[in-house]
Ligand binder design. Structure first.
Ligand code: NDP
Ligand code: GDR
Length: 349
């Protein structure tokens, strides 16, 4: 008998990688997608079978984390063995513009799913994965950060995810749910949303190379992130739900890189060495060979409160799950530039 999984956020970056992984493991996968005015299933196009064909193994439901009745109905229909709660308003900068919605979807949305499991009497059957985040560490003074590092959130996004983290722990302790938090550091891929910094950089570099864009405008170049590949991280989500006991795990590479370095690597991949001039807002990056200005720092991309340094220690995941990342941040940057060039050349953009 195939296991049944339900993925919220199946149309997002991680949802797309996880759905593939679970289908490869012979799961039946239910996914929740939002109604939108244009197609939003681009990332799962190749695995989403025609719903008119018999026995499709990926089944999509319209849904939203802000609609309690809808979530209860979907879970009742799917009767999942595993739920992966990946849906969220996931953009930190945007959460300063949409703080209430972010709390509703990211915090209360998680509570709605957990309550649905209780209402439906699925506490003993259904295992639960929560997409927690390194943003919880926020202004934590010490690096590297691990499962014992205190949380000091620095954005409405992180504050909402903090509630979600603790409500998952509480339902595990109070009701015996097999519910785990993956505290994931940044992970990227060619499927990364276009407004997150890595993808914004690699798309711009590809467009500049093809003569379709003049300049890349960015915010804080000195923030440091522990970047891994999404493909590696979804493997660990699955592993967490296969453990006898639910627990919370940091997933990270153990390497931190400034945004500035990622920009330099991406330009290096199209043969351009960058030279920086100035400092702070107004700083610019130039093609060292031609002097052409290709990067400009713009105040509009700064955040009211920033997370300066993220660096994770994934030792627990290594020891207990046997997990470690396979793709380095340098390889990741190269893959993303290559894919964006391919997509643009193929005329898909
Ligand atoms: P994406 O932004 O790519 O995907 C988010 C998904 O959530 C999309 O499918 C989106 O739908 C869906 N969604 C948003 N709001 C709602 C809602 N109200 N109801 C139902 N679905 C909704 O994020 P990622 O794949 O990168 O991340 C997955 C999860 O992991 C998120 O919760 C994120 O906060 C968290 N996370 C991500 C990290 C990363 O580095 N990628 C690191 C740590 C945590 P639509 O396609 O319609 O927009
Ligand atoms: P983050 O990712 O906020 O870490 O959240 P993002 O790529 O948005 O920012 C990373 C760092 O880059 C700096 N930055 C810019 N960021 C964006 N988006 N656009 C810019 O132009 C820009 N210039 C500089 C930012 O200030 C920041 O320091 C991601 C999301 O996936 C969350 O959902 C997840 O929880 C965390 O990673 C871990």
């Amino acid at each position: 008998m195939s296991k049944v999984a339900l993925i919220t956020g199946v149309t997002g970056q991680d949802g797309a990688y996880l759905a593939r992984l679970l289908l490869d493991k012979d799961y039946i996968v239910h996914g929740i997608k939002r109604r939108s005015s244009s197609f939003n299933t681009g990332r799962i196009e190749d695995i989403y079978e025609d719903p008119h064909e018999a026995d499709p193994r990926l089944i999509l439901h319209y849904g939203d984390l802000t609609d309690t009745a809808n979530l209860i109905r979907i879970i009742q229909q799917a009767q999942p063995d595993e739920i992966y709660n990946l849906a969220a308003q996931s953009h930190v900068r945007v959460s300063f513009e949409l703080p209430e919605y972010t709390a509703n979807a990211n915090a209360i949305g998680t509570l709605r799913l957990l309550e649905a499991l209780r209402i439906l009497g699925l506490e003993a059957k259904t295992r639960f994965y929560q997409a927690s985040t390194s943003e919880l560490f926020g202004a934590a003074p010490a690096v590297p950060q691990d499962e014992t590092t205190p949380f000091i959130p620095r954005s409405p996004y992180a504050a909402a995810k903090l509630y979600a983290y603790w409500i998952v722990v509480n339902y595990r302790e109070a009701y015996g749910l097999h519910a785990s938090n993956g505290i994931l550091f940044n992970h990227e891929s060619p499927l990364r949303g276009e407004t997150f910094v890595t993808r914004k950089i690699t798309r711009a570099v590809a467009a500049i190379h093809l003569g379709r864009q003049d300049r890349l405008h960015l915010g804080n170049l000195d923030a440091r992130r522990d970047w891994g590949h999404a493909r590696d991280y979804v493997r660990a989500m699955w592993l967490m739900l296969q453990q006898e006991r639910a627990d919370d795990y940091v997933l990270a590479t153990g390497v931190t890189t400034p945004v500035r370095q990622f920009v330099e690597w991406a330009f290096a991949d199209i043969g351009i060495a960058l030279e920086w001039r100035g400092e702070g807002v107004g700083e610019t990056g130039h093609d060292a060979a031609s002097g052409r200005c290709l990067v400009a720092v713009d105040s509009r991309y700064f955040r009211p409160t920033e997370v300066d340094v993220l660096l994770g220690n994934p030792q627990k995941a290594r020891e207990k799950l046997g997990w470690s990342h396979r793709t380095s941040v340098r390889e990741l940057a190269r893959e993303m530039v290559r894919e964006d060039l391919r997509i643009m050349c193929a005329g898909k953009e």
